[in-house]
Design a binder for this molecule. Structure first.
Ligand code: PHE
Length: 456
């Protein structure tokens, strides 16, 4: 009866192709593009890192994304139930979904804190507080925010409440409606800021940095970082794409959607890089500024240009929009598991998740103040959650998903699910995709992980 047509008809989901694209792209495009991508590219040598990232995207991220969406759409259920339904009896593949829930909590714990800084910076930019050309002053201003336990917690909880509020409205009326309105605005803002940055004097040094490869910086650890970034940026390996896939309509073309999301996500990252690096070089900053690049370098850079304050406000609005779409999709993973698997109301699921997150997230919010000494392997909660999710949990999830799809499920079901019972338009492409999903992706992830973690 659980699979019956009544239950399925009543299930919330995306209502249009544009909604599917806006929500899925909204999930992919986030602080991963605007915060992580620039600082990781900057710290790891620019274009060489970019190239490794691109290879990881094609050979690893794309097959995982297609597999995930396909499974979710087939089962039309949350990440745990999907794998319970599709796996042979008594095989614990649902653990991938359960790990996904854990990963979602870890990611959101630190992500909501970075988002908190972004939201706070919109107001600081409006007030003019952070508009300084002096890098020392800019660092002081950032430090005063992150070391203030009350402000850090308050902003984080406000951000979580906002996301919870949108999720309460549901999938079509909440997630889809919000991302449909925000994504076009995000692209518009990005193009305005990119154009401003490219017309600064000295912008070419930044472009050279972004496009001229230096391979001497590429170590196994850097390759793992690039692959982890691909998982993180494309929201894969932890159930988000499975959950969103379950809201896809039957006639949606899965590989085409995945490809579109991947290219648009790349486009946004490149634009973010183009917006940030030329400006960084034009004003004589270092590209390796690390996670704080966004909050120290950018304000100082914008303060140097005409209409700087306006662009600074727009920049943080853009980052806040990007963070919102991503956070919706992260929180939807545990929310859907709790409401569908455990049979809770959506309201109860959202509230319980918010409480859990406020608790777990506070370890990250306080990682520069009260909880600074709370460390494991020399990392504070913030860095630990970031590292473990991108470099361990998501890649392991990726191995599990591709092995499940290509080895347990097998070719006939793969074909059937991709075409959704229809005709396969291009058999040669399908052959290539299946081969990569079966052999290349899981083995490559495994090799990169073992090498990057120094196990092998
Ligand atoms: N892809 C998002 C970003 O780039 C982050 C994210 C990770 C979203 C995992 C969903 C799941 O910011």
């Amino acid at each position: 009866a659980k699979d019956g047509p009544v239950a399925q008809a009543a299930r919330d989901g995306f209502t249009s192709s544009f909604g599917v694209l806006a929500a899925t792209l909204g999930s992919a495009v986030g602080l991963g593009n605007i915060w992580k991508f620039p600082y990781l590219t900057g710290a790891n040598g620019g274009a060489g890192f970019l190239l490794v990232y691109l290879i990881a995207t094609l050979l690893v991220a794309l097959p995982v994304m297609i597999s995930e969406i396909m499974l979710g759409r087939r089962a039309k259920a949350d990440a745990v139930t999907t794998l319970v339904r599709l796996a042979p009896a008594r095989q614990p593949w649902w653990l991938i979904g359960a790990f996904g829930v854990v990963a979602a909590f870890l990611i959101l714990a630190f992500y909501s804190e970075v988002a908190a800084w972004v939201f706070a910076y919109i107001f600081k930019a409006i007030a003019g507080d952070i508009l300084t050309t002096d890098p020392a002053q800019a660092s002081k201003s950032f430090a005063s925010l992150v070391t203030d336990p009350i402000a850090s917690l308050a902003w984080q909880w406000a951000v979580l409440a906002l996301i919870g509020g949108i999720l309460l409205m549901g999938v079509a009326k909440g997630i889809e409606a919000v991302t449909k309105r925000l994504m076009p605005l995000l692209f518009l803002l990005l193009i305005v800021i990119g154009a401003r940055s490219l017309t600064l004097p000295g912008a070419s040094a930044g472009l050279e940095f972004l496009f001229a490869p230096d391979f001497s910086r590429i170590t196994p650890a850097v390759v793992l970082t690039a692959m982890g970034l691909a998982f993180f940026k494309l929201s894969i390996g932890m159930g988000t794409m499975m959950t969103y896939g379950s809201y896809f309509r039957a006639d949606e073309n899965v590989p085409a959607t995945a490809l579109r999301v991947m290219s648009a996500d790349l486009f946004v990252s490149m634009l973010a890089g183009i917006a940030i690096f030329p400006a960084v070089f034009a004003f004589g900053f270092k590209p390796e500024a690390g996670p704080s690049l966004l909050f120290i370098t950018i304000p100082a850079v914008f303060a140097n240009m005409p209409f700087g304050q306006l662009f600074l406000v727009l920049f943080f609005v853009l980052a806040a929009i990007a963070a919102t779409g991503a956070m919706l999709s992260i929180l939807e993973v545990p929310v859907s598991v709790m409401s569908e698997r455990l049979g809770w109301s959506r309201k109860k699921a959202v509230l319980v998740n918010l409480l859990l997150l406020a608790a777990i997230g506070s370890t990250c919010a306080l990682s520069n103040s009260l909880a600074a000494d709370m460390q494991l392997f020399g990392l504070n909660a913030f860095d630990l959650f970031d590292y473990v999710s991108s470099n361990i949990l998501m890649p392991v999830g990726g191995i599990g998903l591709t092995v499940f799809v290509a080895w347990v499920w097998g070719r006939p079901r793969f074909e059937e699910a991709l075409s959704n019972g229809g005709r396969i338009a291009n058999r040669a492409l399908l052959d290539v995709l299946f081969f990569i999903t079966r052999w290349v992706t899981p083995l490559l992830i495994l090799a990169v992980m073992l090498k990057g973690l120094g196990v092998w």
